[in-house]
Design a protein around this ligand. Structure first.
Ligand code: DGI
Ligand code: FE
Ligand code: FE
Length: 192
């Protein structure tokens, strides 16, 4: 048991604080995270909780999220789209009773990523990008292809960062240094 609530109780609660699309996305991430956990030998029950809760703060207004800016990375402060991740980890702990450190860190870093992520953190990150209920096939497919070509989580992480960075550039949005750093590292690591 990774929270004091049942999965059904968590779903009910999420339904009341996410919009419908975001709720469906969260169910999609839960399902995909469980699938990836099986395929890549991670804890399936833990993946279920992390996937379901990863965006639990996504629908909070920016002013509300900004109240926690002391816990944001310096350059994260520039990019309000990233704020729901650090706040989500706090909400998962305080409101949903999650104490498992790896679940909390997978939520914390599911948007900008982090150096040296564990396999568990990677599968939550990737499930968010390739869930089948709301992510469009043209974004999903190249990441899946990269994942299954060599059965390598880092190949898929690299592809996912490429797509995110491209889309931030196209939308004229700032990019966290950390994202660029991780991208550079993955590029080196996966070329071996
Ligand atoms: O919350 P989701 O929409 O399911 O997905 P997410 O948490 O991965 O990303 C939310 C948005 O954050 C997405 O449009 C990309 C954007 N974003 C903004 N700045 C950065 C960033 N993503 C990364 N990786 N790095 C950034 O610096
Ligand atoms: Fe998110
Ligand atoms: Fe998400």
């Amino acid at each position: 048991m990774y929270t004091k609530y049942s999965i059904e109780e968590i779903k009910e609660r999420l339904k009341s604080c996410l919009n419908e699309d975001r709720y469906i996305h969260s169910i999609g991430v839960m399902e995909k995270a469980m699938q990836l956990a099986k395929e890549f030998n991670c804890d399936v029950e833990k993946a279920q909780v992390a996937g379901l809760l990863h965006d639990c703060a996504k629908c909070f207004p920016n002013e509300e999220l900004a109240k926690s800016k002391d816990i944001f990375e310096e350059d994260e402060k520039l990019s309000c789209k990233t704020w729901h991740a650090p706040v989500g980890a706090i909400i998962a702990q305080d409101e949903y009773g999650v104490i498992d450190k790896e679940i909390l860190s997978s939520i914390r870093w599911h948007t900008i990523g982090k150096q040296n992520m564990s396999d568990f953190e990677k599968i939550i990150f990737l499930a968010d990008k390739i869930e089948e209920r709301t992510r469009e096939i043209e974004f999903r497919q190249p990441i899946e292809k990269a994942l299954y070509e060599r059965n390598n989580l880092d190949d898929a992480m690299l592809k996912s960062f490429k797509i995110t960075i491209e889309s931030l550039v196209i939308r004229n949005l700032p990019i966290c240094f950390q994202t660029i750093d991780i991208y550079n590292n993955l590029l080196e690591k996966t070329s071996k």
